[in-house]
Design a protein around this ligand. Structure first.
Ligand SMILES: Cc1cc2nc3c(=O)[nH]c(=O)nc-3n(C[C@H](O)[C@H](O)[C@H](O)COP(=O)(O)O)c2cc1C
Length: 152
């Protein structure tokens, strides 16, 4: 059955935003009704219209972004199909490590049980404060296709 999906993201460097686009495109291609929402533009985001929430964000200085942590406190999430992705520097070399280090403790604290949780490679800070783009859209496509099958 097609689900009504909100792909919600909060990004600073652009990686989570890009992954949100990729995930939304794949879920739509699989027949789901998808709305993509930047948390920056959503003051009071109503989650009632959606059966499924896919949330994506990033991490800096060892902390998942504050706005993202606040979003993950929302009570409605436990009544939804929920999936989450993280963009991280550590995930450039070791996505599982990034997931274990940043996502799993946060999800456990919020008592959230996503159907899928993953870390993708993000933007790496380099010389002179420039961000080096290490994003891997293909891994997000593969992840989203798997998610789409779990929603059907
Ligand atoms: C100032 C700064 C600090 C960062 N600290 C971390 C970190 O502690 N751990 C990590 O895995 N990645 C770290 N990163 C990499 C980010 O996770 C990466 O840039 C990711 O793309 C952030 O998501 P966003 O682009 O959607 O904002 C850092 C990046 C910056 C710019």
């Amino acid at each position: 059955m097609p689900e009504s999906v909100a792909v919600v993201y909060f990004s600073k460097g652009g990686a989570a935003a890009r992954y949100a686009d990729v995930v939304a495109t794949e879920l739509e291609a699989a027949g789901h009704a998808v709305t993509t929402i930047d948390l920056r533009d959503a003051r009071r985001l109503a989650l009632e219209p959606y059966s499924t929430i896919v949330f994506g964000t990033g991490v800096r200085i060892g902390m998942v972004y504050w706005r993202a942590r606040r979003f993950l406190k929302r009570k409605e999430l436990s009544n939804k199909i929920f999936a989450v992705f993280l963009a991280s520097g550590i995930a450039v070399k070791d996505p599982d490590k990034a997931r274990r280090k940043f996502l799993e403790p946060l999800l456990a604290r919020r008592r959230l049980r996503p159907v899928m949780a993953v870390a993708f490679p993000g933007m790496l800070p380099g010389a002179g404060g420039k961000l080096e783009d290490k994003t891997d859209e293909e891994s997000a496509r593969v992840w989203a296709r798997e998610l789409a099958t779990r929603l059907s």
